[in-house]
Write a protein that binds this ligand. Structure first.
Ligand SMILES: [Zn+2]
Length: 315
């Protein structure tokens, strides 16, 4: 979830260095875009960190299951597949939800274990977090987990060591490098379409969330609070233009974003209230409109042929 205001920016700061990257060739035929879900509860959101302690998580009301049913139903209704970046904490507590994702033919991917932003972790802590999540998820899904998305897109220019560790831990693609600049996240000079990154540990496919370029600015147009609060036309244009370039766009949403009746967390600042609760009631119908206009699938479905889909590792 975004931790700063949904506003545009200009490309003015000095660009941080990215590792060597290679753009992917365009896909042939009609492009199917990526429908992705960060599977977590409303109380896992980074903006709620100051207000809900980890020790309180177990006692919070769960809202996940009905929203997951609606999301899986939406995909089924449109004969579409999706990629679900599941939090390890969720896998441990609700294993049947992970099995339901896999049984539906969707991709189970990793959102780490405890939803700590990469900017808050040491390399050792990051490795432990993504290793634990992958093991939990693979044991439930019964197949290898190859994809990762960082909480709050928090692999920033000074945390690119995380990409090496992802490859070392068996991940084959990442979907965390949002090519925009924000406080706490975003990689402002990142490419906008999928690309290979040469890490010290080997190649990693990067699948960035969708953006729209207008008047020299890169606007976030992938989902989340922006999708709830900004005009839908921005998102329709962004996915249309990405498809016309021959590349899949990557949409993201959280289960709590289609749950207008979720418990309201007391004492949070006005900006967080707007970002977290704004537009909840219209998110689902907006997604339905996107599904009528675009074809969606999982990241694994689009790129399985260029990734090594090895069998589930024995442990
Ligand atoms: Zn998250």
């Amino acid at each position: 979830m975004a931790s700063s205001s949904p506003a545009s920016h200009t490309d003015t700061a000095v660009a941080p260095a990215l590792p060597v990257v290679t753009p992917l060739s365009p896909l042939t035929g009609t492009v199917a875009h990526h429908f992705t879900v960060d599977v977590e509860e409303y109380f896992h959101v980074s903006a709620m960190e100051p207000h809900i302690r980890v020790a309180e998580w177990d006692g919070m009301e769960s809202r996940l299951e009905p929203s997951m049913d609606r999301l899986l139903g939406l995909l089924d209704a449109h004969n579409a597949k999706g990629t679900f970046f599941v939090l390890g904490w969720i896998a441990r507590k609700y294993p049947h939800i992970v099995r339901a994702i896999a049984d539906g033919g969707h991709e189970v991917a990793s959102h780490g274990t405890m939803h700590q932003r990469v900017t808050m972790l040491t390399p050792r802590q990051f490795r432990d977090d993504i290793r634990e999540a992958r093991q939990l998820l693979e044991d439930l899904a019964g197949e290898s987990v190859i994809g990762y998305r960082a909480p709050s897109f928090s692999i920033t220019a000074d945390r690119l060591w995380a990409l090496d560790i992802l490859v070392e831990e068996g991940y084959q693609y990442d979907s965390s490098l949002f090519p925009i600049r924000r406080a706490g996240y975003g990689l402002r000079n990142g490419l906008r379409d999928p690309y290979w990154i040469s890490t010290a540990a080997g190649p990693l496919l990067e699948v960035p969330p969708t953006t729209l370029r207008r008047a020299g600015q890169t606007l976030p147009a992938a989902g989340g609070a922006y999708f709830r609060l900004f005009p839908l036309g921005i998102f329709r244009r962004a996915f249309q233009e990405t498809g016309e370039r021959g590349h899949p766009g990557t949409f993201y949403i959280h289960p709590w974003e289609i749950d207008p009746d979720q418990p309201r967390v007391a004492g949070i600042p006005l900006t967080t209230r707007i970002r977290h609760y704004g537009g909840l009631g219209r998110t689902f119908s907006r997604m339905e409109r996107m599904f009528f206009e675009f074809r969606f699938t999982s990241i694994r479905e689009n790129y399985g042929s260029v990734l090594t889909l090895s069998a589930r590792p024995e442990r």
